[in-house]
Design a protein around this ligand. Sequence first.
Ligand code: NAP
Length: 502
Amino acid sequence: MSDTPGSDQVAIIGAGFAGLCMAIRLTGARIPFTVYEKADDIGGVWRDNTYPGAGCDVPSALYSYSFAVNQRWSRAFPLQDEILDYLRGCVDRYGLRPNLRFGTEIAGARYDEQAGIWRLTATDGREFTARILVPAVGQLNRPKWPDLPGQDTFLGTAFHSARWQHDHDSTGKTVAVIGTGPSAAQFIPHLAADARTLYVFQRSANWVLPKWDYRFGTGHRLLFRSVIGRLALRGLWFCFGDFVLYAAVRGRRLGRVVDFLCHRQLRTQIADESLRAKLTPDFPAGCKRILISDDYFPALARDNVEVITEPIAEITPDGLRTTDGRTVTVDTIVYGTGFTATEFLAPMEIVGRTGRRLRADAWADGASAYLGMTVPEFPNLFLLYGPNTNLGNNSVVVMIEAQVRYVLACVRRLRGAGELEVDPAVFARYQAELAAALHDTVWEAGCTSWYKTESGRVTNNWPGRVIGYRGRTRCPTATDFVLTGRPRHERDTVAGQPESMG
Ligand code: NAP
């Protein structure tokens, strides 16, 4: 690892679930790499999101790498601190620390066609190079702040859920929460228990599924220790996601199970009819990410909690005013307003072989990449958890592993020399296929969500089953790529013929 040009085969940007998975696989393949991480620790979203109640709404059985299944989960749905512990354990187990370069935020990268390398620039001006670039920065790494009039005039305490102020004590205080997504659904029960009064400003209601969470006892631990037990648990949850929840995404008959469970959760947990009316969404289950919670509705039904659905007109120095003229005085405002999820790779700018900028030019109408990983004119660039690889129905870790396997196969092929770039015709066909598949998903059913751009294009989610994605990414298809044998500066002297992927 050094700053000298040509020193690295692979540069990974980001040390979250995806970047670390790539690092583990490259370590196993003895391919030199560096992971550039802007923060001082690994973990990505699981390092950043430390709000009370932070955890995962994907079952523990599916939330570790398949090659390093965590046998120490404490419960059916893992908590943030144990996920972070698990990832730290992986870093040590696979000896990744020497390859991690913390406090290094990559501002951008440019492909040097003559040398056949990526030139990376950090925000502090340092420069690095690598033959292969693997951005793994996630989709939910930049908090989204709303743009409400008067937002900066508030004199109390205000913070975003992804930047929780742990030195702030809500006990006995009057608190406002803006937003009712999956993050808010996890911290609202905790705030409701501490605060004197909690005002929840809800712009859209959300469907909620029961969580059926429980602590693991000895029996479960033993089950996780046996290979058959692990496979059975993983298989069970995987199939529930890929068949039952997926059916809801596609609006199929089996998806009615999900509708039934959502309606039942609302009916059994909210007795008050006017509150139930407020909490009933006007879009089908799955259009936005379904909340998975047993304590969210009971928290909203508490006497010290009020759900306000009137839109916020402005933030004032001591609270909020809604469009009906009501003012609410609060000590604290917590923004549970999500992330700038459709702005893939922002604020980095990546410049390809022909001088095109990835975000500003290639993605001007929304991000897109072949199988979420490769883009024409950007040779030897492989995105992890890129466009259209998020899921609403299953574990993203499974998707990430599929991508890492695929990228590793490409990296192995490129170890000698050369450039690999997706064929533009293949990419165009893929985009058309994707658009058609997205068209009859529930995400396009008339709700707003972080899955889509302001113009309504779904740039974040994979519209098929996870099994289908794994099948398509099992092995890179030679004819999908244009592969040249040598970098251009060598081709000037040695005629390099385009090859196919063997
Ligand atoms: P989110 O789903 O994008 O929700 C943001 C919330 O803020 C929504 O209720 C939204 O209302 C509201 N909002 C945004 N701007 C607003 C404004 N100007 N005025 C009023 N309300 C506004 O964000 P999130 O809850 O942080 O969750 C994001 C994703 O993170 C989840 O979908 C999930 O994938 C991930 N996450 C995962 C877990 C897990 O357990 N795996 C846990 C937490 C989060 P609208 O709905 O009307 O837009």
